[in-house]
Design a protein around this ligand. Structure first.
Ligand SMILES: Nc1ncnc2c1ncn2[C@@H]1O[C@H](COP(=O)(O)OP(=O)(O)OP(=O)(O)O)[C@@H](O)[C@H]1O
Length: 433
């Protein structure tokens, strides 16, 4: 059923809600069984009215704070949990990597579990035999394959579970945070495999707290908050909103902090940006007047040769006085990944007290040894720093306020990657006896 991304639906959820019953004490559950007329449980809606359509071939990241309902949603799609209300339609063979431990029998050996799981996933004995060596090679757990799974470390467990889930070529793959376990080499192997499956047209649902992996893998992301689907968009906007919500949560002035989601026509970007909308925080006491990029001759620019120097000039109007404001910037690549960010607090610099109705111009100067490509600039303004770069209040949080292109430096070495590390080399030769 593999195919290119098209109109065909892989997953469709209509008005799906999930209610868990929570009992104050275990005995209450017993009482409810014995006295069914009386209700001892407290209802808790872990998912509320979720409408979702995922097309074949999409890679969808699911983001949300702890307890927002991510695992519940995945379990409903994987059909290990039934929704309380609503319709679920899943089109294709689903392979799910959910909670650690689900799907494996601890008393069986790894080998037995591979066959057991393969059969559950609808493969024939011959199919599994044909894939067994690939699974074994991917899991790379050596002789442990013939030991009972209960003797496995959590890392070995995930290796085997992941190997089974990805080697059976599912139509739909559901992964819940599994990549957080395991060493960096295994993680890279997993990403590589997920990318291959994605290229083959597998539909992938992916829960992660790591925004970088969502940027890298996903074409779309969902933000869940208290069981509600609050944004369904490109990963960038969804992660921006998630991060803005975290800022809001930690803000001493949380109630008055308003997060705006602008559509593209209202965007304050001065570049030709392709993003559908922007997530913005802008408290009324401050106004971001401009963000301009300048070269070494103070000329306004929108492109720069790799390794040249650039200046970000930020104009801020303060309508109220602030004792300890801090400002910073963030540079992101095309997919939204942060390549660099800092702020005055993290640089150990104080702007100092700013009077009401004053204008402040900040100019950050730096070299740009980045690979050629398009980059965007985000700007933040905060008040009262503490700890390792935390702030009591967020005043401005604005993405894509400017953009620039980095062009190849023809006078430099030929290199690829993210950032030029300016390698030098020494060579020594001697006779080998
Ligand atoms: N079996 C259950 N009985 C009662 N409440 C439950 C049950 N399973 C989950 N919940 C509650 O439902 C809410 C959503 O849980 P869920 O595991 O889906 O969240 P999550 O977003 O995956 O969280 P995390 O990031 O911590 O894994 C939580 O508040 C959780 O306490």
């Amino acid at each position: 059923m593999h195919g290119v991304m098209g109109d065909e639906l892989a997953i469709s959820l209509q008005n799906v809600s999930k209610c868990y019953k929570r009992y104050g004490r275990p005995v209450d559950k017993l009482k409810e069984v014995l006295l069914p007329t009386k209700n001892y449980a407290q209802e808790f809606w872990a998912l509320q009215n979720i409408d979702l359509e995922v097309h074949i071939g999409e890679t969808v990241g699911i983001i949300g704070q702890n307890g927002s309902g991510k695992s519940t949603l995945l379990q409903i799609i994987a059909r290990t949990l039934t929704p309380t209300t609503g319709n679920v339609l899943v089109n294709g063979r689903v392979s799910a990597l959910l909670e650690l431990g689900s799907g494996f029998n601890p008393e069986f050996t790894g080998r037995q579990n591979v066959f057991f799981n393969g059969r559950i996933l609808g493969l024939s004995q011959q199919d599994i035999e044909a894939k067994f060596n690939e699974i074994l090679a991917f899991a790379d757990i050596g002789d442990f394959i013939d030991q009972p799974v209960k003797t496995y470390s959590s890392g070995m467990f995930v290796r085997l579970a992941f190997a089974v889930a990805v080697c059976v070529n599912p139509d739909i793959l559901i992964v819940d945070e599994a990549l957080a376990v395991g060493d960096v080499y295994f993680q890279q192997k997993c990403y590589e495999r997920l990318r291959q499956l994605k290229d083959l047209g597998t539909t992938i649902l992916f829960v992660s707290h790591d925004s970088t992996s969502v940027y890298r893998l996903c074409t779309r992301a969902l933000l869940l908050e208290s069981g509600k689907l609050i944004l369904d968009n490109q990963p960038k906007q969804v992660i921006d909103l998630y991060e803005a919500n975290l800022l809001k949560k930690n803000d001493v002035d949380s109630k008055s902090l308003e997060i705006k989601i602008l559509s593209s026509s209202e965007s304050i970007s001065n570049s030709s940006n392709t993003f559908a909308n922007e997530v913005v925080i802008n408290q009324p006491e401050v106004d971001l007047k401009f963000v301009t990029l300048l070269d070494e001759n103070n000329q306004e620019i929108d492109s720069i040769i790799s390794e040249d120097k650039i200046e970000i000039s930020i104009g801020l109007l303060f309508l109220k006085s602030f004792d300890d404001p801090h400002a910073g910037f963030k540079i992101r690549n095309k997919t939204g990944e942060v390549v660099f960010e800092t702020n005055t607090y993290c640089m150990g610099i104080k702007i100092g007290k700013v009077e009401s109705n004053s204008f402040v111009n900040l100019r950050f100067n730096f070299y740009v040894p980045l690979i050629e490509g398009e980059y965007t600039i985000s700007v933040g303004l905060t008040d009262t720093g503490y700890g390792e770069g935390l702030f009591e209040r967020t005043l401005i949080y604005a993405h894509n306020v400017s953009a620039f292109k980095v062009l190849r430096n023809k006078n430099s070495i030929i290199w690829s990657g993210v950032v030029n590390l300016y390698p030098s080399l020494s060579i020594s030769k001697q006779a080998y006896v």
